[in-house]
Design a binder for this molecule. Sequence first.
Ligand code: IPM
Ligand code: MG
Length: 370
Amino acid sequence: MANAMKLLFMPGDGIGPEVMTEVRRVTDWFARARGLDLEIDEGLIGGSSYEAHGTPLTEDTLAQAMEADAVLLGAVGGPKWDNLDFSLKPERSLLRLRKDMELFANLRPAVVFEALAEASTLKTDLVAELDILIVRELTGGVYFGCPRGIDDIGGGNRRGINTHVYTTPEIHRVSRVAFEIARQRSGRVCSVEKSNVMESGLLWREEVQALHDAEYTDIELSHMYADNCAMQLVRNPKQFDVIVTDNLFGDMLSDEAAMLTGSLGMLPSASLGAVDADGSRKALYEPVHGSAPDIAGKGLANPLASILSFAMLLRYSFELAVEADLVERAVANVLAKNLRTADILQPGTTQISTGEMGTALVYELEALAA
Ligand code: IPM
Ligand code: MG
């Protein structure tokens, strides 16, 4: 590779730093064994940034993120910062990164690893071999719409307002990502909204359909109301391949889809911006799990979601599909050996620590590359 891959790692809070330590062992391995030229910087985010600088994200760190080829984030938040003003909460840093980097397409795969099919709360045959992808719009809708706020309406009463708003270009650009990815998969997209109740949902449905009819007639497009989708995801999840939906419904449906796999600690995500003239795009990768402050620092955390997020980084930011496959196969092999962190422990399997999982993973990488 001609240029170094410039990465910014943001470990964040709770279990973030310890899972990122294990990602570092994977990046070290790729540098050593596969000659990847990785230039990794670290930045503070969330509560850890608040402690050091009085803000969950400094302008300097934001600038670093904007300049990086890709950002890998651990997790943000914790009870220590729950009572801070809204603008200082760790979560704001994440929303600011998404918005300022214009990461409008959030890819959340829900994949059931063969060795973990029985860990799901659903019947094994319903989820075995499940492989779906939720494409969530990430920079619009009710998360960012204006007007917003809490007003005093007199007489000791208040009014809370948020605005759910979408425009044609916002709907088209995220749908385009879903259609393009579907082409690499089964060629099916289900668009999800509440067009029976919301004007913005009706626009969503019409615009996704219009883009499809103009450019993606090879894709099989269906539409579903969000409440029905929530139900269908637990009734028969394998009917779906790619789901495209707005920011709020995507937030909820992706948590639901994550739980189908029985292991939140296993799920990666990618948040992508538009492709620039030079073919590159801003991107941030993070595990779907949160900062889990209750288990932080105890060696109980599962580093595999972060390691799989690094695999997505290789795949989507650098087109290193062979390397990404290596990581994903190493994860499957570790699980097949019945090695488990606490969150995915099952009868007959062996519990190992966060660090031991990193060791086992690197061992499998070595074996696959040999
Ligand atoms: C997520 C999270 C965030 C969201 C929070 C932490 C702001 O739930 O990434 O799904 O609501 O988008
Ligand atoms: Mg969420």
